[in-house]
Design a protein around this ligand. Structure first.
Ligand code: PHE
Length: 346
């Protein structure tokens, strides 16, 4: 009987057939199990002589089953490896890809344009103190221009520079640069600025780029040339017409507000041409001016020796103009569909 069982195990063609053999021998109703049960009815002497033989048969069958099982499984794996193939020519599933945000993109473009003009990039802290954000920019305590800035103040702070605040413009970097490095200076300072203001064209956080040049014999002509050159490079057109309007900032004298001419085509503003032409208009673009002598002085330089110009421009506004976006708030929603619509992700 053992021989027959071993032969059947050896002949099993698959795992199922093998399992049948296991049940027939070692299963509850199998013949080996039945033989083991007979031991219970034997006398101690009989059992001592019969048990080893039956146990040996059981072990032999179990070993044969285990060996055959391993062999069948190995063969199965072998067969699967032989038939399953990996098709390397199939297209890979599309994975979503990130992209540079328009604000970062514009800042990078501006840094590159100004690098060609010899400007270095400087940064300053977003948490500023009163002195750098206002006082050193010729806005002493109680100066009315402070009220125009809708400042976020930190409560209960008054270190040596005064109350701490979220900077309302990038102009404090002018002061920090002159104090740290002296003159001459030729820098831009991109970064976040904060004002408690919020509607379709204002967000409590937005981005500016400050420009500052301090040298000898600097005049308004240098400012105008610099702005024209950077705007032509940024908007990739020579058709940029600027209008300089007298204005007021405490830290520049004289102060100049700069407008750019645009035409309206299909309801959209297209930069170019004089804003005074038929069907055209002027759009306010940035604030600038010759650095106030008092600011140069408070930064530790001699205004009789050094002059300069400064400007501050909204990065978000430049991005909207260049890429035709119309709602400033969308810049900070983080909606990938919006980015994709304007060609920024894919
Ligand atoms: N700091 C000014 C603002 O935020 C802009 C500016 C910068 C004006 C430099 C003149 C010179 O409105």
């Amino acid at each position: 009987k053992t021989e027959t069982a071993l032969a059947a195990i050896a002949a099993a063609s698959d795992v199922d057939a093998l399992e049948e053999q296991r049940l027939a021998a070692l299963g509850k109703k199998g013949w080996v199990s039945a033989a083991l049960k007979t031991l219970g009815q034997m006398s101690p002497e009989e059992r001592t002589s019969a048990a080893p033989a039956i146990q040996a048969v059981r072990a032999q069958i179990a070993d044969a089953l285990a060996a055959k099982k391993a062999q069948l499984e190995a063969a199965e794996l072998e067969a699967r490896l032989a038939t399953e193939t990996l098709d390397l020519t199939l297209p890979a599933p599309e994975a979503p890809r990130g992209s540079v945000h328009p604000v970062s993109q514009v800042m990078d473009e501006l840094a590159e344009i100004f690098a060609d003009l010899g400007f270095a990039v400087k940064t300053g802290p977003e948490i500023e103190d009163d002195w750098y954000n206002f006082t050193a920019l010729n806005m002493p305590e109680s100066h009315p221009a402070r009220a125009m800035h809708d400042t976020f103040y930190f409560p209960d702070t008054a270190p040596k520079g005064g109350r701490m605040l979220l900077r309302t413009h990038t102009s404090p970097v002018q002061i920090r640069t002159m104090m740290a490095e002296g003159a001459p200076v030729r820098i831009i300072a991109p970064g976040r600025v904060y004002r408690s203001d919020s509607d379709a064209t204002h967000t409590p956080m937005f981005h500016q780029i400050e420009g500052l040049v301090i040298d000898k014999g600097i005049h308004l002509g240098h400012l105008k040339w610099t702005l024209e050159t950077f705007l032509k490079a940024f908007f990739e057109t020579d058709d940029i017409v600027l209008r300089l309007r007298p204005s007021y900032f405490p830290f520049t004298e004289p102060s100049v507000e700069v407008d750019v001419g645009f035409a309206i085509e299909n309801g959209k503003r297209i930069l170019g041409g004089s804003g005074d032409a038929e069907g055209h208009g002027w759009m306010e673009l940035l604030g600038s001016g010759m650095v106030n002598a008092r600011v140069i002085e408070m930064s530790g330089l001699d205004p009789a020796e050094w002059q300069g110009f400064a400007f501050g421009v909204g990065v978000d506004r430049l991005a909207m103009l260049k890429y035709g976006m119309d709602d400033l708030r969308a810049f900070f929603d983080g909606d990938a569909r919006w980015l994709k619509h304007y060609g920024f992700s894919g």
